[in-house]
Each structure stands twice: as C-alpha cells, then as structure tokens.
Design a protein around this ligand. Structure first.
Ligand SMILES: NC(=O)c1ccc[n+]([C@@H]2O[C@H](COP(=O)([O-])OP(=O)(O)OC[C@H]3O[C@@H](n4cnc5c(N)ncnc54)[C@H](OP(=O)(O)O)[C@@H]3O)[C@@H](O)[C@H]2O)c1
Length: 305
C-alpha cells in the first residue's frame, strides 16, 4: 500500500553558499521542502526579481542568510552594503507579510558601539561604529517596519565549516608562522554557523510550524554560544585543540602575542564589547546554548577531517 506523506511546508533559504546558509540546508531538511538559493539565483541586489521569485515559490518560511559581510570593504561600498543588508530584508519581510509566511533574518553585535563590559540586551541602545553595522541596523528596522511575523537573530563571531573565518585563519597561520599576534581587548562569544542553523530550525519547528501562529513571538533575539573570551583567548584555544589533535604547528599555542586592537588598524572599527545577553532567546524558545568551546572543537574536527 502506498503511504502518502502530508504536504511538506516549503522553506526558502537565501545566501545558501554562506556559512549559515550552508548549515541551514542540513538543519532545515527534516522540517520541510528546502529551496536553498545562492546569489546566482537570488540576488538581493535585485529587489524586483526577489519579489517575483518569492511570489512564485510561495514559501511558508523565508530564511535570509544572505548578507553583505565584507566589514572593511563596506566602508567604501556603503551603497551596496545598504542595498543588500538594509533594503533587501525589508523586501523579503513585505513578501512574507503578504503571503502570511514567517521571515527569519540575521543581524549582528556590530549594531552596538561596544562600550562597557555588560552583555547587551535586545532593548539596549544601538550605536553602530561601521557602515556594515549601520547597514545591518537598517535591515532590522526594515524588517520590523514591514509588520510580518519575523525573528531577527543577532549573533556574533561566526565561524562555520563552509567559508573563510577566524578558525581557518588561525589553523593556517599556526602551521606557517612561528609568531602570531592576536587582539586581546575585544570580547565576545565565538558562535558556530551550525549552532545558528540549529537554533533557527528549532524556532521554526516549535513556534511556527507546530506552534500557535497567532501568538508567534516576533522580534529581535540575541544568539551566541555561552561564555566569553577575547580573540586572543579564542585563537589560543583553536591552536591548543588542533595541537592536541596532532596538527603540527610552527607557533606555540601558548606563545601567541596579545596585542591591542589599535595595533591592527582596519578600515572599519569593531566594538570592544560584543557580549550578547541571550536570556530572551533561551527563555522564549526553551533553548540551551552550549559553551563556545564545544562548538569550536566540533568545528575544528570537521575542518580537520
Ligand atoms: N560572520 C560573522 O562573524 C557574523 C557575525 C554576526 C552576524 N552575522 C550575520 O549572520 C548572517 C550570516 O553570516 P555568514 O557568516 O553566514 O555570512 P557569509 O558566510 O558571508 O555568507 C553570506 C552569503 O550572502 C551571499 N550574498 C552576498 N551578497 C549577496 C547578494 N547580493 N544576493 C544574494 N546573496 C548574497 C554571499 O554570496 P557569495 O557566496 O556569492 O559571496 C554569501 O554566500 C549575516 O546576516 C551576517 O550579517 C555574521
């Protein structure tokens, strides 16, 4: 006898070739029919084409993992950064509203100025230091303004198996160089793309597909792994763990030179305090966020395998 499966919801993912987009293809697969589109098929710089695409696909959920993420380059490409990060999320949110769909969108700790040492709450004043941060803030406002059911996950210090990031850079430089200098006066929680994707799946599953849609808790939520460190502490942990796994390093993981951010001039300033208070997310969706080291260890295992 033929058993028919109930019609699966369609979940549209943009930016499918990015760190988070790549992991979403895995984490959303058991929830429904995932249509994962990269920039070549769905270019957020072309809002009319994006609208037409969404209207054709009619997804129950849109997950926007596409973004202009070249933080330093954004200082000289403000128009493009604002088009992709500021305008396009609003277009997706408007389409979600008219379809009665959910939008999940990602933002960043860079919307904050980074003063003090208290983990930021969702209601704290924003004050982005960079064009990238300003463009991401514009995206948050555009999503909120569209009035669709929407979750904005502000995350920090992302690294995934698919893409270039701090973990890969440390592993490469640790093999090639006998001295390394890493910033020790900026603090946050290294967060893996797979954690972001898994949390996204959980929210969609519990609160949208199988929850009370009328009471869906739209809004901004902070999402980061538990604990905190500096970039220097992060780099030391990466190389210690890799050495323990047999990676031959030129540099001594415990001999990485600690430097202030001012010793490493970059086009875009970064916040010194990237700590995010995640209580709202944990309590609203009953989610446990693991300590940052466990995610980073797993990621290194993936990269080395
Ligand atoms: N990375 C971090 O440390 C960090 C921290 C906090 C928050 N976030 C936020 O988290 C989200 C995911 O970040 P991520 O690290 O996964 O970023 P990512 O690896 O840089 O991926 C972004 C993806 O967006 C795509 N993209 C760029 N311009 C596009 C356009 N015009 N149309 C369609 N797609 C376009 C890129 O395409 P190509 O592959 O063709 O370049 C890339 O695949 C973003 O919203 C980001 O702002 C990131």
């Amino acid at each position: 006898m033929l058993h028919k499966q109930p019609l699966a919801p369609t979940i549209l993912v943009t930016g499918s070739n990015g760190q988070v987009g790549f992991e979403l293809r895995r984490s959303l697969a058991t929830l429904g029919h995932v249509i994962a589109l990269d920039r070549g098929v769905c270019d957020l710089g072309e809002p009319d084409a994006v609208r037409a695409l969404v209207r054709r696909i009619r997804p129950a959920v849109i997950v926007n993992a596409a973004a202009y993420t070249a933080v330093d380059k954004a200082e000289s490409e403000a128009e493009l950064a604002f088009a992709i990060n500021g305008v396009a999320p609003g277009v997706l949110a408007e389409e979600a509203r008219s379809l009665g769909s959910l939008l999940v969108h990602y933002s960043t700790d860079y919307v904050f100025s980074g003063t003090g040492d208290k983990p930021y709450e969702e209601t704290d004043d924003v004050g982005p230091l960079s064009v990238y941060g300003k463009s991401k803030l514009a995206g948050e406002l555009a999503v909120a303004g569209a009035g669709a059911p929407a979750i904005v996950l502000r995350t920090s210090w992302l690294a995934g198996a698919h893409g270039e990031n701090f973990v890969r850079t440390m592993l490469q430089r640790g093999r090639e160089r006998d001295t390394l200098r890493v910033v020790n006066d900026q603090f946050g929680a290294p967060t893996t793309a797979s954690l972001v994707a898994d949390v996204t799946a959980r929210i969609i599953d519990r609160a949208w597909l199988h929850g009370n849609r009328a009471a869906f808790p739209s809004g901004i939520y902070h999402l980061a792994a538990a604990g905190e460190t500096s970039w220097h502490g992060y780099g030391t942990e990466v190389l210690r763990y890799a050495a323990g796994k047999g990676v031959v390093l030129k540099v001594d993981p415990d001999g990485i030179e600690a430097i202030p951010a001012t010793a490493l001039p970059r086009a875009a300033p970064r916040p010194a305090n990237s700590r995010l208070n995640t209580r709202k997310l944990r309590e609203t969706f009953d989610i446990h966020l693991p300590e940052w080291r466990s995610g980073v260890h797993y990621l290194i295992d993936q990269i080395l395998s």
